[in-house]
Design a protein around this ligand. Structure first.
Ligand code: 57M
Length: 362
């Protein structure tokens, strides 16, 4: 909104021209989100405590988690609010990609909200049954996919797929693009959710991955940079950096309250929304496959669950990890929570930096 108000003022005072630039608006969106989180955070925590919206802890989990019972949850509403308002303030709202990203964060947040609300009502650690949650997520992703196919007919979206390391190979997927992006968006949403099991873990690693995608969106939308780095040019993706900046600011602001010992958990409303948004950024920037590197830590966490379940079934009850997802394995080995979290952040940073280097390795 401010974009439309401030940029025309350049005819009176040239300084206002700076608001045309995506970089400036990305930084402002990030700062606005950060300050919103700092200001609203204590109030949100107070309200959640007032209505006793607290965490139910599973009995079969690590015993160190029992003391977390009652920690206010559904903090994702703070993340979503601190992402949406700065995006609406600083984004160029005539950009259709921005609305796809907004739709994704709101809808995935809503699915998570229903899940959290049911947990709150039933006073149990299980809200929506897994299958129902998956159906809702898939329907949302299919809707996004269909809309992108429609945009491709208007020449506003590209149904070719770019591969990391291969600059020339850009196969056209056509309708096959639909199941592919459903897998990316739903997978990303669930992988972030699985990772959200230690204070600061999911939000810190999401901050790292979202920051990398903010840079990728900017580069994909920039005529010179995309040409120089030889990546698929996506003119409309540049504006997504404003959304990415806001989301990164909201993640950083939330981390302030979620770091150990956490004053608030994000809940499914936060985890599904942040994961869904990350997958959507990957799709819209046409760097879908790079998500496997950028979000490498989420993949490792999800794989640890699959391997554990597969091995359990295969051997009739034996486990590879003491407990899955992987962060619980290290907890059971006696590592302090903060050590696991900081080390996982370091690994996430390595994954993100490695992904950015692949841009030139083509
Ligand atoms: C949600 N939720 C946390 C919090 C957070 C198939 C199976 C692997 C699924 C998986 C699962 O349910 N994962 C999704 C993970 C929970 O956190 C809440 O949930 C929200 C995110 N959806 O925002 O509201 C607990 O995590 C801890 N926590 C923190 N700090 C945070 O900032 O300490 C969360 C955020 C919280 C709190 O204790 O209550 C969760 O872990 O439940 N299931 C699991 O992860 C379970 N693993 C398991 O069953 N492994 C088995 C098999 C099936 C693979 C095995 O290894 O044999 C573990 N979950 C828990 N305890 N809590 C098991 C032990």
């Amino acid at each position: 909104m401010l974009y439309f108000l401030l940029v025309p003022l350049k005819q009176y005072f040239f300084f206002f021209n700076v608001f045309r630039y995506i970089t400036v608006r990305t930084a402002l969106a990030g700062l606005t989100a950060l300050f919103m989180s700092f200001i609203l955070g204590p109030w949100v925590i107070k309200q959640l405590k007032k209505y006793q919206i607290g965490e139910e802890i599973r009995e079969e989990g690590p015993t160190t988690h029992y003391s977390k019972k009652g920690t206010p949850t559904m903090g994702g509403v703070l993340i979503i609010g601190s992402t949406l308002i700065p995006t609406l303030l600083w984004g160029n709202l005539s950009n259709i990609y921005l609305w796809v990203a907004i739709f994704s964060v709101v809808t995935f947040g809503l699915i998570g909200f229903i899940d959290d609300y049911l947990k709150y009502k039933k006073k149990k650690s299980q809200g929506l049954i897994i299958r129902t949650k998956l159906i809702f997520q898939t329907v949302t992703a299919v809707f996004i996919g269909l809309f992108l196919i429609y945009l491709s007919k208007l020449k506003l979206f590209d149904l070719r797929l770019s591969f990391p390391f291969f600059k020339e190979w850009l196969p056209y997927l056509g309708w096959f693009y639909l199941p592919f992006i459903v897998f990316i968006i739903v997978g990303s949403s669930n992988a972030v959710n699985l990772t959200d099991g230690l204070d600061g873990l999911a939000i810190g690693t999401s901050l790292i991955a979202v920051s990398a995608y903010t840079a990728l969106c900017y580069i994909a939308g920039h005529a010179i940079w995309s040409e120089y780095l030889n990546i698929l040019k996506v003119p409309l993706a540049g504006e997504l950096a404003v959304f990415g900046g806001a989301l990164a600011g909201a993640c950083l602001g939330f981390l302030w309250f979620n770091c150990h010992p956490a004053q608030i958990f994000m809940g499914d409303v936060g985890a599904l929304a942040v994961g869904g948004a990350l997958g959507t950024l990957a799709v819209l920037s046409k760097q879908e496959l790079l998500l496997f590197f950028v979000g490498g830590l989420f993949i490792v966490e999800a794989l640890s669950v699959l391997i554990q379940i597969f091995y359990f079934k295969l051997t009739g009850g034996k486990r590879i990890f003491r407990m899955a997802p992987l962060h619980h394995h290290f907890e059971m080995l006696g590592w302090p929570e903060s050590k696991i979290v900081v080390r996982f952040w370091i690994i996430a940073i390595i994954f993100a930096l490695f992904s950015l280097t692949t841009l030139k390795l083509r």
